[in-house]
Design a protein around this ligand. Structure first.
Ligand code: PGA
Length: 253
């Protein structure tokens, strides 16, 4: 059985105080109400990582993630943050290749491959995002599009390295739009991703790999999505900013 993961991507939201309040609520609720074996991950903005990490404390159920990492180890890269820096403040996971970074910051597949390498080298576990924009879905080329994204940024990894990666399938047309992929559409893509992993690294690796769904996952659709055999949890944007909603989604896992 693959352990489910529910990760909250706060994006560029919350002040430090708001972030602390949200974290305290989540930590308390998870402690009191979640008995199931679910890995919860919080990805606040860089500025909140240390304070959020302190509130999470030694809770095994909740881990800390960054939303981005630079591909270089150190040096003259003004405004950037390295894997080593993240690790030094207790970060365990990092989101790489989110569609917003691909679109607004022009991150290419090749650059994302370097970020994956930097994260793994720095002891972080990548949550690698992939997914097709609307026009690609409408042309029914979504499977090939995602396959290319996997090839460009992950296919150079060894078996041992890919085992540390979690994939998040996030159809771009569903992110922040209130439009969710149907459970059937999500399952079809997750199955296709798992098949590609199996073809490249074998059935055992593919059987253990966690594939999260992201894109307007909410309390009222989380259960149906997460009940799909190849959906191993969720990467949650908007709904992760409301502790009650986030908890409901964790419960659905
Ligand atoms: P959303 O974002 O839940 O607000 O659609 C998901 C994501 O971008 O990871």
């Amino acid at each position: 059985m693959r352990q489910k993961i529910v990760a909250g991507n706060w994006k560029m939201n919350t002040t430090a105080d708001e972030g602390q309040k949200l974290t305290s609520e989540i930590v308390n609720m998870v402690q009191d109400e979640i008995s199931a074996d679910v890995q919860v991950i919080l990805a606040p903005p860089f500025t909140h990582l240390q304070s959020v990490g302190k509130l999470i404390g030694s809770s095994k159920k909740i881990a800390l993630a960054a939303q981005n990492v630079n591909e270089n180890e150190s040096g003259a890269y003004t405004g950037e943050v390295s894997a080593g820096m993240l690790q030094s403040v207790g970060v365990e996971w990092v989101i790489i290749g989110h569609s917003e970074r691909r679109e607004y910051f022009k991150e290419s597949g090749e650059q994302l491959a370097k970020k994956i390498n930097a994260a793994l080298k720095g002891g972080l576990r990548p949550i690698f995002c992939c997914g097709e924009p609307l026009e690609v879905r409408e042309k029914e080329e979504h499977e090939g599009h995602v396959k290319q994204q996997l090839q460009d940024s992950l296919f150079h990894l060894s078996k041992e390295q890919i085992s540390k990666v979690v994939i998040a399938y996030e159809p771009v047309w569903a992110i922040g739009t209130g439009k969710t992929a149907s459970a059937g559409q999500a399952q079809e893509m997750h199955k296709s991703i798992r098949r590609q992993i199996a073809e490249k690294w074998g059935e055992e690796v593919a059987g253990q790999l966690r594939i999260l769904y992201g894109g307007s996952m909410k309390p009222d659709n989380a259960k149906e999505l997460m009940d799909q055999p190849d959906v191993d949890g969720g990467l949650i944007g908007g709904a992760s900013l409301k502790s009650r909603d986030f908890l409901q989604i964790i419960k659905s896992a």
